[in-house]
Each structure stands twice: as C-alpha cells, then as structure tokens.
Ligand binder design. Sequence first.
Ligand code: F6R
Length: 358
Amino acid sequence: GKGEYDHYMLKEINSQPTTLANTIEGRVQDGDVVFEDLPEGTFADVETVQFVACGTSYHAAMYADQLLRSAGIRTDVVRASEYDSMSGPVDENTLVVAVTQSGETADTLDAVRTASANGARSLAVTNVVGSTAARETDDAVYIRAGPEVGVAATKTFSSQAVTLALLSQQLAADVPDVSPPEDSDAMLESLDALPGHLETVLENSNAESLASDLIDSQSFFFIGNGLGHPVALEGALKFKEITYEHAEGFASGELKHGPLALVTPETPVFAVATGSDSKTKTNAIEAQTRGAPIVAVSPDDNPLVDVAEDHLTIPDTHPVWAGLLANVQLQLLSYYAADELGRSIDKPRNLAKSVTVE
Ligand code: F6R
C-alpha cells in the first residue's frame, strides 16, 4: 500500500535511496562493473550500439547514449515508435538495447523484433523479470527497482539510468579499440554515495513551496545541455503528464531558435546545470531578459545560481550522477504542482502504465 504517503508516486519518489542501492548492489566489485550472466568480454564483438525506447525510458536511453559516445563507441538512440524510418542498417555486430521498464511496450517490442530479424544482437534493460522483452531478447539486465504502481515513471528512471551507466562502463571495457573514459574510476567510486545524496535531496527539497509559488504560470520550460538535456526532457514530460499544464523541454542552446518567442514572465524556466554546461547559463539569461523567472537545478557552486531567481539544490557529485539528483528535484516539483492542482496523480487521464498498442 501507500503507507504514510498520499500517493504511490510520492512513495516511489521517496523510495529511491533504497531502490537505487538495490540496483547498484554487487554490480561494482573492486572497481569493476559486474553483471551476472554478462561476463567480462561479453560485448567483445560489438561495433555499434542502438538504443530503442519510449517516453521516460527514451530519456534514460539518451543518457546512456551520451555516455557511450563520450567513451568513443558508435551509438544511436532511436524512438521505438519511429524505428522503421530511423533505424538504419544493423548487423550481427550491432547491439540493440531495448530500454523498457515494463518490458511490454508494443513499440519497443516491435523495434527490437525488427532489429533481431535483421540480424542484430539484442539486450533488454527492464524492471520486470519474465517480461516479453526479457524473454525475447538474447540477454536481459534487470534494473531491480521493485514494482512501480504510479503511472508516471520515477524510481525506475533513476534505476534505468544507473544500470545503463554501468552497462556503458562494461561496453567501454569490452568493445575493442575503446577504453573507458579517464574519469570512470571516479564515477564508479562516487556511486556509493548516490543513495545518501538522494536522501539529502528528499529531506531538504524546497520543491513544494516553489511549486506553489509558480503554479499559476502559463507554461513551464525545462532546459539542459549535455547530460542535462535528457533530464530537462524528462522533467517536462513528468510535469505535463501529471499536472496537465503545458511543459516543454529543450536543449539549452535551442531556446533561441524558436521557443524564445514563447518566453514571458509567465513562463518559468527550470535550468538543469550539473557540470561544465555553460550553454545553459547563457541561454537561461536570454530567457530571463524576456522576463522569465529562472530556477537553477544545480549544485550550490554552479554559476547559474548567482543569476537565478530560485534554486533547487543538489549535492556535489560526479556529473554523471548529478543529473539523476536534479531529476529527483524535478520529480518532486511535478508531484507537488499536480497535488496543488488536485490532479489524479497516480492515474493521470488518458494514460496507461504499460502501452501495449502501437
Ligand atoms: C512516463 C512514462 C512513459 C513510459 C513509456 C515506456 O512517466 O511512464 O513515458 O516511460 O510508456 O514504458 P516502458 O518503460 O514500460 O517501455
């Protein structure tokens, strides 16, 4: 049951220190990534990686795609519903990774079936043991987040992103002529602290009062650059999904290529800034000049904090994990905004937990 919480969504958001610890458990040993059933060298014949996913899972896949790219691996991320037009060629050296919480999303299953029929190797990254995706793919990795009841995906996004970040490390170790990024030891070392950092965010967040201050706005914009980009997209998806308010996410630098025309004092901009993402600050200032209130979603020492009207703070950590902490602040923001509006948070109108039609 929901226990002390008004909604499953809030319970699931708050469970993340525990669910994430469960995701991580045993998967980093002596500084190396370890996945049961996928021994070292498993991916030695992989030349390219292609992620297929929908919705929130697509945002987690974008995160992984960036991590693989920075390790020098050829990779792509394709919206499963667009697979037929966007896939391009695959072969036996292509690893197609289906990222799907439920393991039952029709678009994702269809994409991975097409890829397999064309000779690709397949891997499911899923939460549900025995799901269709897990059964039909060559291999499966479980995100171990526990059952998610709220229609809006929260804890499973965090567990997907961490699982995929670890998988990226293993791919970088296995794929020939590629080596893990220089800071990968630091990234793995700082993972231990992530559940504690999540706890800190959950205990100290000012998202509830910020949500109530901004709730009467006309539209809600989310921007981010680099790893902040998928977080901005996910922040906007969650917000529109449960508040029914207009929300959009952009790559920070794209604001000036059109969306800036929408910016007014009635359009707060949540700017996700987790590392060396200077584009977010300059573009946030462009929006601010047009009157938009800026909310920095960042560690305290990020330069954006000096110019922003408001701040959702996150602890200092490796940039790869910082995005996940920023995302949890945005989950809380969406939750409290939807609660203030009296929405049907656990079962938003028109949506289903698992989308089994194409
Ligand atoms: C958003 C949400 C959806 C799902 C999408 C894919 O909160 O839950 O966007 O992420 O329908 O579902 P799975 O991951 O089960 O394939």
